[in-house]
Design a protein around this ligand. Structure first.
Ligand code: NAD
Length: 296
């Protein structure tokens, strides 16, 4: 078996961010204001802080304006919904996100549904998910959108392939299963969606031509579970304690890269695979929102 091709999200993100920056410069030249992304962060969860901080930094890099709204962990659901409503009505803000997870006392579905779907650049609102399912223009959820671009720009063949997705979350597994089954490129796969109740998962995974893994269990997929030539997309990011690192942890994917890579034709690394693409697709959606490309 030849060396696997790395699906390098870090490099592709840098390329796409240059494209976004060029589009922002072109907008500015016509006198338009820069695209403006806002983020609501409730509480101070370490991973969420990192993700939001990174999103703000990337906004700067491509010339967007960003606003971070920090709210206390103890905020009531009603007060959070009022903040969402303010952003919905603020004409200076093109798109916004509410960083997940939210504290347990807040109903995440209520908050997701309260976001104006025209500003829902995370692509989590039922209107956007529904439009995605029907193949209509919409904000695609950022992580699946990033995976689709990684497959497309690396010209991975998908038509007629058996794709196995592990994990059925609303933000990754379920939309991936829909996107890859659509009559499009990348797509036209026969998709099997596996989850925590799936029986004999290993034998299903062994039949995968394309494997998308999004369950959040480090090194869950090992070499004995995949067939030769498989395309592997590892979405998992788990902080694993590591005393040799200055920050005290390292990021682990759901795939045991060292053993699975030699059997793969294409594979995403962790970090540097899906993660950077997610942030970049959020920026792409925000640019579309500013340009009113999807909704007027
Ligand atoms: P989640 O935590 O909401 O759900 C996990 C899913 O895995 C569930 O659908 C469950 O049914 C399934 N599952 C759990 N145990 C299983 C088992 N033993 N066998 C089969 N299926 C099982 O999932 P999520 O929010 O999609 O996150 C999954 C992982 O992806 C996490 O590590 C998360 O940090 C990461 N993630 C990364 C990005 C990125 O940008 N790279 C974005 C989102 C999520």
């Amino acid at each position: 078996m030849s060396e696997p091709i790395l699906l390098n999200g870090k490099a592709l993100s840098a390329t796409i961010q240059e494209e976004i920056k060029a589009a922002v410069d072109a907008r500015n030249a016509t006198g338009k204001r820069p695209p403006h992304l806002a983020a609501i962060l409730v509480g101070s969860d370490g991973a969420s802080e990192t993700y939001v901080g990174h999103k703000v930094k990337m906004c700067d890099k491509v010339g967007f304006k960003s606003t971070l709204i920090r709210l206390d962990e103890s905020i009531s659901e009603a007060d959070l919904l009022a903040e969402v409503d303010k952003l919905n009505k603020n004409a200076e803000i093109d798109g916004f996100i509410v960083q997940l997870p939210l504290p347990k006392h807040i109903d995440v579905d209520k908050v997701t549904q309260a976001v104006d779907h025209r500003k829902d650049v995370d692509g989590f609102h039922p209107v956007n998910i529904g439009r995605m399912t029907q193949g209509l223009p919409c904000y695609l959820p950022a992580t699946p959108a990033g995976i689709m671009q990684l497959l497309a720009r690396n010209e991975v063949e998908t038509s007629g392939k058996h794709c196995v997705v592990i994990g059925r979350s609303n933000i990754v597994g379920t939309p991936m299963s829909i996107l890859l089954s659509r009559n499009n490129y990348p797509g036209n796969c026969t998709v099997t969606l596996c989850h925590s109740r799936t029986k004999d998962l290993e034998s299903i995974v062994r039949t995968a031509d394309i494997l998308v893994v999004a369950l959040g269990r480090p090194h869950f997929v090992t070499a004995d579970m995949v067939k030769e030539g498989v395309v592997v997309v590892d979405v998992g990011i788990t902080r694993v304690p590591d005393a040799t690192k200055k920050r005290g942890y390292r990021l682990a994917g759901d795939v045991d890269f060292a053993s699975v890579a030699p059997k793969s034709s294409f594979i995403t690394p962790v970090p540097g695979g899906v993660g950077p693409m997610t942030v970049t697709c959020l920026l792409q959606n925000t640019l579309k929102a500013a340009d009113k490309e999807i909704y007027s």
